[in-house]
Design a protein around this ligand. Structure first.
Ligand SMILES: CC(C)(COP(=O)(O)OP(=O)(O)OC[C@H]1O[C@@H](n2cnc3c(N)ncnc32)[C@H](O)[C@@H]1OP(=O)(O)O)[C@@H](O)C(=O)NCCC(=O)NCCS
Length: 192
């Protein structure tokens, strides 16, 4: 399964080797980007992470996408479904290269990832594991309609920072929000 998702400004596709030097290694080696994700990685571990992310696609039938900026073709991050062994719930996550923060890309990619999880994978709900101090990521979760659910423990080696927040939403809530926002858009269009 190699789906490609398209949003207004982004393409989401399965990661590939060329992504490694196009931004993947730099992102995973950046102390600021990895502050709430168990810390910066040397290139050797960043490559293993790429192999793990690509490997989830054939193993699980889904996985995280690379995010490509349409305008430039550059790699700007990773986002999408994620469920390693022992994970508390099926996740849709987001990680953006520092040069791509502050543009709404995480929210745009996460929204596409959630749609994919609900409409293509048929998940009944999605979760997002977020460090209690990662307010930027909590804001993304809020913008896509998720709410804080409970504190959870992650499996090793991701348990080093202690318990983490689990945010999320159900497919039913997502569908209700979609139909009320498209109803609001129809009503605004009919008034103009
Ligand atoms: C968490 C993270 C994805 C948040 O990135 P972000 O750029 O703040 O989030 P978004 O992509 O939703 O962008 C929202 C910001 O873009 C701004 N923005 C600019 N143009 C925009 C547009 N056209 N549409 C929407 N928002 C836009 C918004 O105003 C907002 O800025 P603000 O927070 O200053 O108000 C990012 O900090 C990151 O990747 N961190 C490292 C990895 C990480 O921690 N991932 C999460 C793990 S749980």
């Amino acid at each position: 399964m190699s789906p490609i998702l398209e949003t207004e400004r982004l393409i989401l596709r399965v990661p590939q080797q060329a992504d490694f030097d196009a931004g993947w290694a730099e992102f995973h080696g950046d102390v600021e980007c990895m502050r709430y994700l168990n810390g910066a990685m040397p290139r050797s571990i960043a490559w293993r992470t790429l192999a793990q992310v690509v490997g989830m696609w054939p193993l699980r039938g889904f996985g995280t996408f690379s995010i490509i900026e349409k305008e430039t073709g550059r790699w700007v991050g990773r986002s999408g479904p994620w469920e390693p062994e022992g994970w508390p719930a099926r996740e849709v996550g987001w990680m953006l290269h520092r040069s791509a923060w502050g543009k709404g890309y995480a929210t745009e990619a996460a929204s596409a990832g959630i749609r994919f999880a609900f409409e293509e994978l048929g998940w009944p709900s999605v979760a997002h594991m977020i460090h209690p101090d990662n307010v930027g990521s909590q804001a993304v979760a809020q913008r896509i309609g998720s709410r804080m659910l409970e504190m959870v423990s992650l499996p090793p080696p991701m348990d080093a920072a202690g318990p983490t927040q689990m945010w999320g939403q159900s497919a039913d809530d997502w569908r209700a929000a979609q139909s009320s926002s498209s109803g609001a858009a129809r009503s605004a269009a009919s008034k103009s």
